[in-house]
Design a protein around this ligand. Sequence first.
Ligand SMILES: Cc1cc2nc3c(=O)[nH]c(=O)nc-3n(C[C@H](O)[C@H](O)[C@H](O)COP(=O)(O)OP(=O)(O)OC[C@H]3O[C@@H](n4cnc5c(N)ncnc54)[C@H](O)[C@@H]3O)c2cc1C
Ligand SMILES: Cc1cc2nc3c(=O)[nH]c(=O)nc-3n(C[C@H](O)[C@H](O)[C@H](O)COP(=O)(O)O)c2cc1C
Length: 451
Amino acid sequence: MTEPLVRALAAGLMLLAYAAMCLAIWRRERRRRAADARAASALAGDGQQPPVLVLFASQTGQAEAIAWQTGRALHAQGTPARVMSLNDLDAPTLHAAQQALFVASTYGEGDAPDGASLFTETLMGTAPALPALRYALLALGDRQYAHFCGFARALDDWLQSCGAVPLAPRIEVDNGDPAALAEWHAQWGGGALEATEDEAFAPWQLVSRTLLNAGSEGGPVFHLGLRPPAGVAMQWQSGDLAQVALADDPGRPRDYSIASLAADGELQLLVRQECHPDGTLGKASGLLTSTLALGDSVALRVRAHRNFRLDDNAGRPLILIGNGTGLAGLRSHLRARARAGQHDNWLLFGERQAAHDQLYRDELDAWKSEGVLQRLDRVFSRDQAERLYVQHRLLQASDAVQAWLARGAAVYVCGSLQGMAGGVDAALRQIAGDATVRELTASGRYRRDVY
Ligand SMILES: Cc1cc2nc3c(=O)[nH]c(=O)nc-3n(C[C@H](O)[C@H](O)[C@H](O)COP(=O)(O)OP(=O)(O)OC[C@H]3O[C@@H](n4cnc5c(N)ncnc54)[C@H](O)[C@@H]3O)c2cc1C
Ligand SMILES: Cc1cc2nc3c(=O)[nH]c(=O)nc-3n(C[C@H](O)[C@H](O)[C@H](O)COP(=O)(O)O)c2cc1C
């Protein structure tokens, strides 16, 4: 066989293997959704007895998982339950409800997570009379933040101002505190705590580590490659998270956005080394970027991040917006798109200086020249007198943003919650209007992995 023929055959085989993998993922996802739908209708019972609403407000899925556990436990006790995101709750359903259990996390500065952004903008901005509603509330939070359980507390105040009556005092959970969670499960789960669906932590081996921003004014950023131990499958979707456990801080694992595909044969992360004012390194980022030697292992597990997956947006144009290490989550999506031959992608990436902070420069340049990226905007905040960020570039490109949205584009935002995510949200609202942003959120076309 001639060399071009061999190459063509090999390329064909790779494409076939990739198509088979996509099909397997799609089938698994379809099975999961069908199972969710079956579970939801099974939990809701036969319609004789009104179901208890189990409503969750979640960003990365913890509140959602607890809500489903609670729904299943109620069902097991013979109580029909209807589990749903607060963003999917409408006024008639809330008015008709007699009992509701809320599980709500908090983000930003006491703000609602994205899974309740529509609810806060719409229903929570009104004052319905809900005297028939009996409710309980599980608040997820972390005392390291200034506004501990801020959103859940505001939700509790709002429910009481509407005349709803608490069945029990609000339970506040500091950083997954098992005692507080057990109290909730004792009240609503028949005392039985179901095992979590999370994978166990396993020792993943660090196989490569490269500094990507030598000379940067910001903290050093490293590209890491990790491999699982024998028996642990490399299984995740673009948009998912890796969680790292620490021996000396066991209750507080750290999340990192996965920057690669399982098909890459390696779990890759983009980690910024944190340095505290006293000169010590951040616990997890210091471990990953400095303490660990190549060949050493770290306790890691993959965590599904359903809110940030491609899902139904796989066939749409994508506007990907991020800064700093936020490029990790966008890169996994772009790698998936490149493999799928889906080239309708626009990346807006912000960092400090072109001279030092061009993360994944060659890969992005290659994607631009190969057409995987239709448009690439790299915005460097400190290369000119005035500070320029991705949100400013969005506003400058307002016409193009509108044209992409009109073509059905979905928007993925990854990176800093402070500064970037809020600025991008404001810019989108200025460009497209609040109603369109609400519609994008409701239809899953606006997704964020921000921290
Ligand atoms: C969904 C999600 C995705 C993420 N993705 C990424 C990613 O892709 N890449 C990435 O780099 N990061 C990512 N992060 C952030 C990451 O999880 C960690 O928060 C980050 O690496 C810092 O953790 P650490 O253990 O190194 O720092 P820690 O030791 O936990 O320190 C963190 C903070 O605690 C305080 N602190 C702790 N000790 C001291 C001290 N001695 N003196 C003063 N202050 C102190 C400071 O406020 C400090 O900034 C993500 C976070 C989330 C929630
Ligand atoms: C970026 C970030 C900001 C957070 N802000 C707050 C906060 O202001 N107040 C609080 O009590 N908890 C805060 N938390 C903690 C979360 O509410 C908590 O981890 C919760 O369990 C997450 O649940 P979820 O995955 O369902 O969103 C924050 C967590 C992150 C990662």
